[in-house]
Design a protein around this ligand. Sequence first.
Ligand code: ATR
Length: 274
Amino acid sequence: MDQYCVFGNPIEQSRSPFIHQQFALQTGQKLSYQAQLVALDKFETAVTTFIQQGGKGANVTVPFKEQALQLCDQVSERAKQAGAVNTLSFSDHQIIGDNTDGIGLVADLKSHQVTLNNQRILLIGAGGAAKGVVLPLLAEKPSVLVIANRTLNKAEAIIAQHNNDRLCAKSYTQLSPSSFDLIINATSASLSGFVPAIPAEVIHNNTVCYDMVYQQEATVFLQWAKQQGARKIIDGLGMLVKQAAESFYLWRGVKPQTDEVLTQLRKALTDSGR
Ligand code: ATR
């Protein structure tokens, strides 16, 4: 049976084995998919061993996505621009790297009927999560994509990499008095219970707000966005499932349906607090 895995540290919280096992059942693909906890200094060894054992592909999660890029013989343009790889494919003694996070986000937004073309988009954050989605968002041709970060020079560094006149970098205070059609929180602030200190006027009554973080309840950012009058709030659980579906497609050539798995994950997440 073809073997796949996800490498990470920590890894016990990973939903990827469940998602890929469901995809395999649904599409009739015979494969196994396990989570592998990797010591912080043993990523390369873990990948090599997995290949020697016949592994066909792997997902990579925190904190190994940048290291994974270095290990690849070939990488996609979107992985190169993201500076990170979340999907590895092993074939003919080659390690091929891709990054499906950004198309996962775009697919999730579209499944919520969120328009991207010609819209004003604000991306908050300039870490790995933000970098991973810039190219796929730009490909949808927004009228403007503003990257705002607490530390401005990190946002400026991303702009410098892209050479696209729809892109610009701003500090949080420089956002005033603009408003946006779509605001994506790609910071890790929600995980520690903080809302990025952006001015409330970025939200108008037709704004959609998205948080890449998902939790049992709406994240603090999404709660704040709702209080400011956002039209719609969406968390990152759908992005997780959609990026997995894109990885599965790269490996198996079959695109799984995501609705059922997403419903099951949402139920498990909601039930976990009861
Ligand atoms: P990741 O790979 O998940 O993006 P990261 O590279 O550590 O993680 O980046 C974290 C991002 O969240 C950064 O944009 C960080 O802002 P700074 O670059 O200014 O540090 C942002 N972030 C984390 N906590 C935040 C908070 N409380 N308010 C605003 N931004 C925050």
